[in-house]
Design a binder for this molecule. Sequence first.
Ligand code: SAM
Length: 286
Amino acid sequence: MIARDWFSEQQQDLWPGQAFSLKVIKFVHEEKSKYQNIKILETETYGTCLVLDGIIQCTTRDEFSYQEMISFIPLNSHPNPTKVLIVGGGDGGVAREVAKHPLVKEIHQVEIDKRVVELSKKYLPNMACGFYDPKLQLTIGDGLDYMRKHEKEFDVIITDSSDPIGPARSLFEENYYKLMSNALRPGGVVCSQGGSYWLEAGYVKDTINSCRKHFRSVAYAHTSVPSYPCGHIGFIIGCVDFTRDFKSPITNFSDKELDDMNVKYYSSSIHSAAFALPRWVEKCFK
Ligand code: SAM
């Protein structure tokens, strides 16, 4: 039984038979936008929490693990990531991290739901600060449509999408990987939210295989985020036309550089470690 002051993340299609719950101090905001149900919660131990269609997107306590890893793994797997596209990312956290990278000159972001951006600016200022960076240009629109209209433009494409139900479903399909491969410049790198092997190893494998059809090098990295189901999330990373050993970052930041950028989770060693997989997962993803 879940009491009224607890939020319980129950998603029977994506993670049947389990639910992660957070004690809520205040139900701050709820609305139905054109695309999804949006909730903002103030929780007892995880800070402010953004929930879309019943699924936790981020909490102020642990968001940096996800935002730093999905940003710095691909950026440091490219020798000169000057022009970057972010798809989704309506809380602004990925834009905040990408903007810190000294080689990045231009950031374009396409987010489908302007209400997520507006509410994040109001209730999640520590993430939404990414939207105020002078390098960023935000477009409100669908990531798949946007990708169709851009060819050979970006060095890195980061897909910070919600889960593969609702408006984000198309961002996990093979056609999306094909369009991303066309939107990249030579040597371009993609990194997408790729789900957890603990929950959906078969689904993750299908997405990796979709990526393999259009990218020369493909790998899966992962990190821990306590407020995500199973406390775990993965990323699918690919280089379109070169063989790349993603485990070895091309750019290595010193401790001082990481401190100056206020980077709390990512380092060169955790970059490499993120690609180490349990034996059963290696076999499954082969
Ligand atoms: N880190 C989060 C996670 O893994 O659950 C994702 C956070 S971010 C809030 C996800 C964003 O993707 C949402 O703001 C959502 O509106 C956006 N989104 C979903 N489908 C999209 C699409 N087709 N095009 C662009 N943005 C999309």
